[in-house]
Design a protein around this ligand. Structure first.
Ligand SMILES: *Cc1c(COP(=O)(O)O)cnc(C)c1O
Length: 396
């Protein structure tokens, strides 16, 4: 059996998304800035796409800026908010310890440039407490940036409550919604979001394409200078095939949210129940307030990397955390942020299910993980010390 269970890292492009690109490579390949017909047709398609992307998140077309993906959108949102703060002489930013590195690394840079950063705790359940956010807001806070759904443990934040608090205090609110858009209903107006980042390859669109929503009236700062594309805020000839493909993927994903999430959540819960039966294991993050396809577990006494390699041998593609941390020996910053100690965090496994996952596949995953965990524990010195009582078990 071959099972791709790493949809949080990237997704397979849908047939709709692939088909939507082709005309813009073969026929309507003009530069949207050109005045002749083939350029103008590309320009019309681009603006049609902007309207459709805006509709998917209840924004206005002029509030959508196409980018090269989630990382660029995150960088531009934070840089823009920092610029606004600098002009007003307010340089305090609130975020969380378990954001994506596109956020955390940008915040590190801003800190070196004189900004003060407060990282809110996300607690054991992987959730921000709105009252704690409100208490952290100061006179000089220029930005709150909190992700909608976490890419490792899948927990979903109370975004509308956070938006209301930011609005009340007149603070800009950005959310990295890369894991949420196309998977959870997203409404920037209802949630009072000022800026939102999204990426096509997380909802069956192409890699290297995304967008930044920016509420009308919030001034953007360029990351890329050059031509007048994207209202002068993001230079470079527009990636028309990518944008058209992303738009088709987004429409398809949004239309299927209800049906897909009910199906995925039922199988996610079956998978969680099956893995819980492995002794000395624990689910990471809240069991209910999580993405419909996300399962993330820690198993005591083993290394996540070995677990992944053996699951790969069984045809299962999974992850030990984010694609960005795998390959390094540091445990996941997300698992540390929810209070897992190093030893436990090392034995982690993320399974992010696709929309087409079946019960049979879930049962195969459960059986395979059980076998592999048992096998790895059979020769793990860490496990031997736990069993012999030399070191105490941390997970029940
Ligand atoms: C994947 C991801 C990103 C980065 O998006 P790219 O399009 O790959 O640059 C940012 N934030 C989150 C939460 C993600 O899952």
């Amino acid at each position: 059996m071959k099972i791709y269970a790493d949809n949080a890292a990237t997704t397979k492009m849908s047939r709709t998304a692939i088909d939507a690109m082709i005309p813009y490579m073969e026929e309507i390949y003009g530069n949207p800035s050109s005045l002749y017909e083939i350029g103008q047709r590309a320009k019309e398609a681009l603006e049609e796409a902007r309207t459709e992307v805006a509709a998917a998140i209840n924004a206005e077309p002029r509030e959508i800026y196409f980018t090269s993906g989630g990382s660029e959108a995150d960088n531009q949102a934070l840089r823009s908010a920092a610029e606004i703060g600098k002009r007003k002489g307010i340089k305090h930013i609130i975020s969380t310890a378990f954001e994506h590195h596109a956020i955390l690394h940008t915040l590190n840079r801003l800190e070196k440039e004189g900004f003060e950063i407060t990282l809110l705790p996300v607690h054991e359940d992987g959730l921000v407490v709105p009252q704690e956010l409100e208490a952290a807001i100061r006179e000089d806070t220029c930005l709150v940036t909190i992700m909608t759904a976490n890419n490792e443990i899948g927990t979903i934040q109370p975004i509308a409550e956070i938006g209301a608090i930011c609005k009340k205090h007149g603070v800009l609110f950005h959310t990295d919604a890369v894991q949420a858009v196309g998977h959870l209903p997203t409404d920037v107006k209802a949630s009072q979001i000022d800026m939102l980042s999204a990426s096509a390859h997380k909802f069956h669109g192409p890699k290297g394409t995304g967008f930044l929503y920016v509420r009308r009236g919030v001034p953007l700062t360029n990351l890329i200078e050059g031509g007048a594309q994207e209202k002068g805020k993001r230079a470079g000839t527009e990636n028309i095939p990518g944008i058209m493909s992303m738009t088709a993927a987004l429409k398809e994903a949004v239309a299927g949210i209800e049906k897909n999430s009910a199906h995925q959540a039922a199988l996610r819960d079956r998978l969680i129940a099956g893995l819980k039966e492995i002794p000395h294991s624990a689910l990471n993050g809240d069991a209910v307030k999580r993405l419909p396809g996300n399962v993330n577990f820690c198993f005591e006494g083993i290394e996540g990397e070995s677990l992944l390699l053996l699951l790969d041998d069984k045809g299962i593609s999974a992850s030990s955390g984010s694609a960005c941390t795998s390959g390094s020996l540091d445990p996941s910053h997300v698992l540390l942020a929810i209070g897992r100690v190093h030893d436990v965090a090392h034995g982690s496994l993320r399974l992010s299910l696709g929309e087409e996952i079946t019960e049979e596949e879930v049962d195969y995953i459960i059986q395979s993980v059980r076998e592999v965990v048992e096998y790895l524990r059979s020769f793990s010195p860490v496990w031997r010390d736990l069993v012999n009582g030399k070191t105490p078990f941390l997970l029940p």
